[in-house]
Structure formats: structure tokens, C-alpha cells
Design a binder for this molecule. Structure first.
Ligand code: BES
Ligand code: ZN
Ligand code: ZN
Length: 492
């Protein structure tokens, strides 16, 4: 897919033209010269129909065929997200028609609307090409977007940054969609190295099993004991060429859970739908896609990203329920349930972010089924020890149509994690998503604003949801990019 800004002369050559109608009005002013008489009368007919119609109508015209995208307000989606959805529907329609060039007429867009439009088109184009024997893929549409001459310069920059962000989203989706057998910790590590090898602003440090053992990153060691593919920790340090004045004393720490497959370990999960646990490296995948976009965009804020990669499998050497290990911060942990493994490896990730002097830490993890039971699959659970950071995250999400719902780190529940022998155990009583957050809080470096994002419900979908098809959604990449950008605002 390519997207370019167009002049009217170029738009006239496209095989397809699209206009957007909302509540009977053309919201992106269509240039009459580009619309056939048929298209114009179809628009009139739809106008008369008011809100009845929805989605994409195609009219064959003389000059070009025309799609009339009637935008329907979907309950719960804001204006920008409605637009992402509409432009994704347009993209899918044109892909099914095997159109190769298309013009969208939109001289009256704001830059946020323009970015949303680009995102929608990019979501439509995504396909996971991994494992089909046929090599046939979606036709790559050449999109032309006709904007006002006065907006051209500003929109060229928006276009570039939206495409960078969406390529980060695509990286994340490809990583998460990959099955556990073909994305082991080692393969994941290699993919990370190749993604950043030509990037002078990102330095990579890899710790293999022996180094993890030596340095006492025992969460990863404990979880990784059952699988044939050993655990790895990858730390990526992004140092932008320029640092914003307001970010001089900031280093944003992003920590990701990267369980390349979660069988549950000795506390084995039931067979169905265990296959979905390919997505249990979603936190790590999201952190990697976001960091790539952050670096491509040269956001002037230093970032340290830590991904903890391991399998969670039963095996002759696997961790047994009741086993105790000493975490990197010295606390002893009793593993009551080997399926609550994400929090164990994140104890190492949080410690590593602290050792790298992160001033703010955000961890992302497909951590609990309980978060899905609590708030469903349309939003991510947010836990934080810091109001300011929590607000920044919620704001960053609102810009990208990604919803966060804040839950409490209720201290009354902390005692459910008390153990008879060790300092803490890895599962508590009710409110599983909250006790998971409380567990993590014990491993957050002192005096550090921290937020935990439980993306178990949002990282992967088995039904089509908004502009996401089946599989990985790339949820969180756009919010993390926005969050990093937030630190360039002087208001803390
Ligand atoms: N990876 C799972 C959480 C999960 C569940 C992610 C569903 C995505 C969809 C996690 O490691 C896990 O197994 N959690 C257990 C915790 C329990 C043993 C306390 C859970 O949620 O059932
Ligand atoms: Zn688990
Ligand atoms: Zn897990």
C-alpha cells in the first residue's frame, strides 16, 4: 500500500474515487469535477435516506467508480475512531474489488482526522502472511488523498508519522500472530536484533540463561526451567539525537511480558483455547513495535525497553507448585500456581528498568483472565501508583481510540498474597487482576511512578473488532507512542 497526497489532476486519473457521508452530509467536500452524474445522484439518494444506510456503497460512474462511505456512529466509539472504522471499511471494500488506485477527496480534514483516515486504511491492508501455502496477497492499493493546497505541507508530515506508527503496529501484530512453535525466545530475540540493527539510536543488550542465572534474574530462570528453549532478557536503550527540554530528566521504562507460549506449566491449562496463548508475548510485542515507531519518529524522549522472553511449559525440570525462588530485588517468592508466570518474569523486567535508571515505568502484559471477566475485551486494565502517569496514559489512549480503565491497587487485598514460608506468593484470593497488580507493585523500584497495563483482553481477538480482523490487534502501540510524546510537553 502506498499513500500520497494528490493534486486534482492526479485524482482525476484514479480508477476509484471515495467520498465520506455522515448523517446525510458530505463531510469531506467532494470535488464535483471528480464525481460522475451517477455518483452525484447516488449521494443525493443517500442524503434523502438519512441515517438508514451504513457502510460502503459503490457506484459505477463515467469518470471513475465511486465509493460513498456512509459513516455510522458506532456506540462507544468517538468521532476519530468512527472515522478509522469507516476508512478501514472503505479499504476492505476496495481490496475486495481489486482496485489499484483510489482517490479520497477530503479538503476539509483536520490533521487528527487525516491521521485517523490513514490508520484506517492501513488496518484494512494488514494481513498475517506467515503460513499460507498460497502466496497471493491483498492487492496493494495506491491511495491518493486530495487535500487543500494550504494543508499540504502539514499533512505531508502527518502522513509520514502515521505510516511510521502503523508500521510499528504491523510489527507488533506479526509478532503476536506467530505461533509459539515458530516464535521461541531465541527467534524473538533474533527478530528484535534484525529490526534495530540499522538503527544508530537503539543499543541492544541480550542476557542469555547463564547470564540471567549469574545476575539473579530468577523469575525468568524459574519460569523457563520447563521448556527446551531457554529464557532471554533483551534490554533496548533508545537515545534520541535531540532530547526535549522537558524530557531532560526523563527516561521512560517500557517493560513487556514475553511468554512465547503459556501452557500453564505444571499447573497445566485446559486444552481449549490453549492455542490462543501464542499471544502471551503480547506485552513484549507491543513494546517492540512501539519502540521501533518511537525511534523512527525520533521522539525526543529517552526510553529503555525491557522484554522478558520465555516459554512456560511443563517438563522434567519445570518449576513445581510450592517451589520458592529469590527475585532480583531480594524478595522470596513461593510459586503456588505455575500458570501465574507473567508476574514472576516481570519482577525481573521491573528490576532491570530500575537498574537502567528509568524515571517512569510502564509494564504491558497479557497478565490475567480475570481482567477480561472484570472489564471485557474492549479496554485495557490500568493500575498505577501515580495519578499523573495514570492520567497521561488515559489521555494518550483517548487520542488513539484505545480505552484504559483504571482499577485500584487495593491494599486490603495485599494480605491474600502472604505466604507461610516465603515473603510473598504468586496468587491471591478474589479479584485476580488486582492481586496480580499488587504482586507487581512489590517489585517496582523505589519512588518510581509506575503503571501496569493488563492487555489480556485487548491484544488478540478471535472475532472481528472495530478495524481489527481476527488475531493480534497491535493494541497499545499507538498509545505508547502518544505517551512518549506526552513527555515533550512541559506540564508534568
Ligand atoms: N497468560 C495468562 C493470562 C491470560 C488469560 C491472557 C486469557 C490472555 C487471555 C496468565 O499467565 C494466566 O494464566 N493467568 C492465570 C492466573 C491464575 C492462575 C491466578 C489466569 O488468569 O487464569
Ligand atoms: Zn499463565
Ligand atoms: Zn501467561
Amino acid at each position: 500500500m502506498t499513500i500520497a497526497l494528490q493534486t486534482l489532476t492526479q485524482a482525476k486519473k484514479a480508477s476509484h474515487t471515495a467520498v465520506f457521508l455522515k448523517e446525510g452530509k458530505i463531510i469531506f467536500g467532494a470535488d464535483q469535477e471528480l464525481l460522475s452524474a451517477e455518483a452525484q445522484s447516488a449521494i443525493e439518494a443517500l442524503k434523502a435516506k438519512g441515517k438508514k444506510g451504513s457502510k460502503v456503497y459503490t457506484v459505477l460512474g463515467i469518470k471513475s467508480s465511486t465509493s460513498i462511505v456512509q459513516i455510522r456512529q458506532t456506540p462507544g466509539l468517538d468521532t476519530l475512531d468512527t472515522l478509522r472504522l469507516a476508512s478501514c471499511e472503505l479499504g476492505k471494500e476496495l481490496i475486495s474489488q481489486e482496485s489499484f488506485t483510489a482517490s479520497i477527496l477530503c479538503p476539509e480534514l483536520s490533521s487528527e482526522e487525516f491521521a485517523a483516515l490513514i490508520e484506517g486504511l492501513s488496518f484494512a491492508q494488514y494481513e498475517f502472511k506467515g503460513h499460507k501455502s498460497s502466496t497471493k496477497s491483498h492487492p496493494a492499493i495506491k491511495w491518493g488523498i486530495l487535500v487543500d493546497a494550504a494543508q499540504k505541507k502539514a499533512f505531508t508530515a502527518v502522513l509520514k508519522s502515521s505510516l511510521n506508527i502503523m508500521s510499528g503496529v504491523q510489527i507488533t501484530r506479526d509478532l503476536i500472530n506467530e505461533p509459539g512453535g515458530s516464535l521461541t525466545p531465541q527467534i524473538f530475540q533474533k527478530k528484535i536484533e534484525s529490526l534495530f540493527k540499522a538503527d544508530p539510536c537503539v543499543k541492544i543488550k541480550v542476557r542469555n540463561k547463564a547470564q540471567l542465572e549469574k545476575e539473579g534474574f530468577n523469575g525468568l530462570i524459574t519460569v523457563g526451567r520447563g521448556g527446551p528453549n531457554p529464557p532471554v532478557m533483551v534490554t533496548l536503550t533508545y537515545t534520541p539525537k535531540k532530547v526535549a527540554q522537558s524530557a531532560k530528566s526523563v527516561k521512560l521504562g517500557l517493560v513487556g511480558k514475553g511468554v512465547t507460549f503459556d501452557t500453564g506449566g505444571i499447573s497445566l491449562k485446559p486444552p481449549h483455547p490453549m492455542w490462543e496463548m501464542r499471544m502471551d508475548m503480547g506485552g513484549a510485542g507491543t513494546v517492540i513495535g512501539a519502540l521501533k515507531a518511537i525511534s523512527d519518529l525520533q521522539i525526543p524522549v529517552p526510553v529503555v525497553a525491557v522484554v522478558c522472553l520465555t516459554e512456560n511449559r511443563p517438563g522434567a525440570n519445570a518449576c513445581l507448585p510450592g517451589d520458592i525462588f529469590t527475585a532480583k530485588n531480594g524478595k522470596t517468592v513461593m510459586v503456588e500456581n505455575t500458570d501465574a508466570e507473567g508476574r514472576l518474569i516481570l519482577s525481573d523486567g521491573l528490576a532491570e528498568a530500575g537498574l537502567n535508571k528509568a524515571t517512569h515505568i510502564v509494564d504491558l502484559a497479557t497478565l490475567t483472565g480475570a481482567i477480561i471477566r472484570a472489564i471485557g475485551t474492549s479496554m485495557t486494565g490500568l493500575f498505577s501508583n501515580n495519578e499523573e502517569l495514570a492520567e497521561r496514559i488515559t489521555r494518550s489512549g483517548a487520542k488513539s481510540g484505545e480505552k484504559f480503565w483504571r482499577l485500584p491497587l487495593e491494599e486490603e487485598y495485599r494480605s491474600s498474597l502472604d505466604d507461610k514460608v516465603a515473603d510473598i506468593k504468586n496468587i491471591g484470593g478474589d479479584a485476580g487482576a488486582i492481586t496480580a497488580g499488587l504482586f507487581l507493585q512489590e517489585f517496582v523500584p523505589e519512588n518510581t511512578p509506575w503503571a501496569h497495563l493488563d492487555i489480556a483482553g485487548t491484544a488478540f481477538t478471535t472475532k472481528s473488532w472495530k478495524y481489527h480482523g481476527w488475531g493480534a490487534t497491535g493494541w497499545g502501540v499507538r498509545s505508547l507512542v502518544n505517551l512518549t510524546e506526552e513527555f515533550t510537553n512541559s506540564k508534568k
